[in-house]
Design a protein around this ligand. Sequence first.
Ligand code: BG6
Length: 481
Amino acid sequence: MVSRVIPVEAFDLVIFGATGDLARRKILPGLYRRFCDGQMPQDACIIGAARTEQDSAAWIAQTVEAIESYLPASKRDANTMAAFCERLRYVAVDAMGDAGWAALAQMMRPDVVQAFYFSVAPSLFGALAERLHHFNIARQDARIVVEKPFGRDRETARALNATLAAHFNETQIYRIDHYLGKETVQNLMAVRFGNTLFEPLWNAQYVDHVQITVAEEVGVGGRGAYYDKSGAMRDMVQNHLMQLLCLTAMEPPARFEPDAVRDEKLKVIRALEPVAQKQIVRGQYQAGSNPSYLADVENPGSRTESFIAMKLMIANWRWNGTPFYLRTGKRMKARKSEIVIHFKTPPHSIFDADAGRMANVLSIRLQPDEGIDLRVTIKEPGPGGMRLIDVPLDMSFAEALGPEAADVPDAYERLIMDVIRGNQTLFMRGDEVEAAWAWTDPIIAAWEAQGARPLPYAAGSTGPEEAAIMMHQDGRRWQDI
Ligand code: BG6
């Protein structure tokens, strides 16, 4: 199966923070991959901007080195790399001063799509936005891309929104949540709204509960200073898990268009019930073969969580009474992200009690091994009478669609191309982010007031025992990790 690659229009993309970690790890390798796939037009121009005084040749050499360290050799070749490098320029700019801005203005072309990626600390957003206007660089139709963390509570998110709004319209602002760029996340919408089969059953009458898991094997080593001020709630739940929850629970939008989709997501966030503390388990990983959380963040008294499990209820007609269980953590048993819909058992069984009784389960696997799996009940083959078993109707993308399907664009690649195309569907709107914080803030405030320590869990485990107990008390169990 060969996928269709539609080239985007010519563009100037300025990456502020061009020497930083995100640019090196994700943005530049992603752009290179789009270039290899023929999606980037020949006259695209990528301008690296950062404080470091250096010439284009030096930055290009660093970029090549970054791409080589983040992309396997099979995904690159010298000729394409040379052609890609011709698209790159560098300019040293001072975000807080005047230096470099006139030079940047000179590099920009008047007649191509204009995008500015703010891959910098949020405290610099205002200064960059101001200077882009003061030096007459940003046009009315310019797009800006901003990254998380988008605030650390509702107030700071509001202030950031106001800072950006002073210079750009909402239609120009692309707030990235890279989970929305993941292939299977979009497939969730295709499965829900492209089939007749699921949507009629997608409600409290037929769904017993939903589980959303994002488990990581890695710890926080290297990012300790940032992470210890955030914790799993701010780093993962408020954004990534919340977005997955919204796409799973939202009403069908009238069209797959930015505001239609974002309106529906916002309604879900606003319908979330406040969460009682007993519906939340917070954990912190202990030392295993690697250091403990406390050692990783070099803060022996830290009360920040590296794991969280919680039960959410959505107060609307569709979901009344159906819990959504969310779980995420670092240093867990395996890397696994999935959304699992547990349907109810059939209301009545026509078979003997010892035949068994099973429920359908639909799993949407984000990573690794992206795919969709539906467990259905059949008769156990053989002469043993009517005994029921459940078997998977498994669609691993790699198996069903050929190896190329496994080679899907990374979330960042897709999202950057969407910026160039001017499609905001997979980006968060300002009111969505504020609403997510409004729901998160009281939960965090309650922890801070209590000053409770997170529960310990063994590195390489599935989290604290209490998370399993919370499920058990509801007569359910977590999916295996
Ligand atoms: C980031 C978080 O947003 O997402 C990290 O800050 C986390 O802590 C990462 O590791 C997970 O992303 P992915 O794509 O590897 O699942």
